[in-house]
Design a protein around this ligand. Structure first.
Ligand code: FNR
Length: 186
């Protein structure tokens, strides 16, 4: 791939020591140099969705998220699963961002990555998040799935040292995301 690819990453955990944020921060090392990463880290500033508020205009943090989503060539969600599904703060942000005009997920290449302390790596959240994103006409990368089990065992508290099998999957997934961007570039 010759052109640069702008990637917006969004972490579904607000926890200061989030393992998913550590994974989000590690992503550039598994991607081509042509991928330019920026993080959206203001999920906690997004208020609970309220249609009455939207009628008066998007709150500033939502406006910011929508702008960043529209600009990006692709979006990567890195998230824990909460009760086998999507954390409420992440669903709330997607609900806000999805409202018209200019629905920012339409035809957007999107990746879903999960991690968990459990042996299942948060995989049960993935079909739920995929359904939401496909409802919004996003182009979700389906393979290889990134669901990192026992994530805490790879962390020193602030950074991850991931084993080869996870690194291979991450590199494969990033390549698949790059292919998806090529297919859907205007
Ligand atoms: C969890 N956790 C969790 N883990 C899991 O593997 N499956 C699950 O269904 C749930 N459910 C769940 C619900 C709620 C409300 C919380 C707060 C936590 C545990 C979760 O994976 C763990 O706290 C991770 O460390 C969260 O990710 P971060 O914050 O480290 O990125």
């Amino acid at each position: 791939m010759s052109d640069s690819v702008s990637i917006l990453t969004v972490c579904g955990s607000l926890r200061a020591a989030s393992f998913n944020r550590q994974l989000e921060e590690a992503l550039p090392s598994f991607a081509s140099d042509s991928f330019l990463f920026t993080r959206f880290d203001a999920l906690d500033a997004i208020p609970p969705y309220n249609e009455d508020e939207r009628a008066e205009g998007f709150p500033k943090p939502v406006e910011m998220l929508r702008g960043r989503l529209l600009e990006a060539d692709a979006v990567i969600f890195v998230t824990p699963e909460y009760n086998h599904s999507v954390p409420g703060v992440l669903k709330n942000a997607i609900d806000w961002a999805s409202r018209p005009p200019d629905q920012p997920f339409a035809n957007k290449p999107v990746s879903i990555m999960t991690s968990s302390l459990s042996p299942f790596g948060g995989i049960r959240c993935q079909p739920h998040l995929r359904l939401i994103l496909e409802t919004l006409d996003a182009r979700v990368v389906t393979s290889p799935e990134v669901a990192v089990p026992g994530i805490h065992s790879f962390s020193d508290g602030s950074r991850l040292n991931l084993p080869d099998f996870v690194v291979r999957i991450l590199r494969g997934h990033m390549a698949a995301l790059g292919d998806m961007v090529e297919r859907f570039r205007d």
